[in-house]
Design a protein around this ligand. Structure first.
Ligand code: CMP
Length: 146
């Protein structure tokens, strides 16, 4: 299988992009650049500027969410928060295994969202889920303290 076919296969398995036709998936691939990250290396670091977002094509990464680790695998995405908010990275994401990912520059990603509102809405849903998970933990922590 050639590189494009592998990339398309991975994007097709990305829930965020479910429902996009082949032409649009190819346009995602064309604005992205494949990157590989060795196990143990940080892909993004908390506090860094958010210049790009990433889609996992292979391997596994971990987000350090206040000492609790959230695992990311093929089809997951990360790095969208700083891009969307224009703020520094919220968390450090490290490769737990060698990672292959599609790196999409922030500007290109914003333009892609503007043309694909259903993707923007899927991304909002996932952002809300991430925030709720953190809120639930905070609530149970505060509940435990009080
Ligand atoms: P960003 O802040 O750009 O860089 C770190 C990334 O980690 C962030 O975007 C999200 O993609 C991801 N992230 C941050 N917090 C969480 C969380 N609570 N659960 C899952 N992923 C998260």
């Amino acid at each position: 299988m050639d590189e494009v076919a592998v990339g398309l296969g991975a994007l097709e398995r990305t829930p965020l992009f479910a429902g996009l036709d082949r032409e649009r998936l190819e346009s995602v691939l064309s604005v992205g650049r494949r990157v590989t990250i060795d196990a143990g290396q940080a892909v993004v670091e908390r506090g860094d500027p958010g210049d790009a977002m990433y889609i996992m094509l292979d391997g596994a990464a971990e987000v350090d969410v206040g000492g609790r680790f959230h695992r990311l695998e093929r089809g997951d995405f990360f790095g969208e928060m700083a891009v969307l908010a224009g703020k520094p990275r919220e968390a450090t994401v490290k490769a737990a295994e060698p990672v292959e990912a599609l790196r999409i520059p922030g500007d290109e990603f914003q333009a892609f969202l503007a043309h694909n509102p259903q993707i923007a809405s899927g991304m909002l849903q996932s952002l809300v889920e991430r925030l709720r998970e953190v809120q639930d933990r905070l609530d149970s922590w505060i509940g435990g303290v009080w």
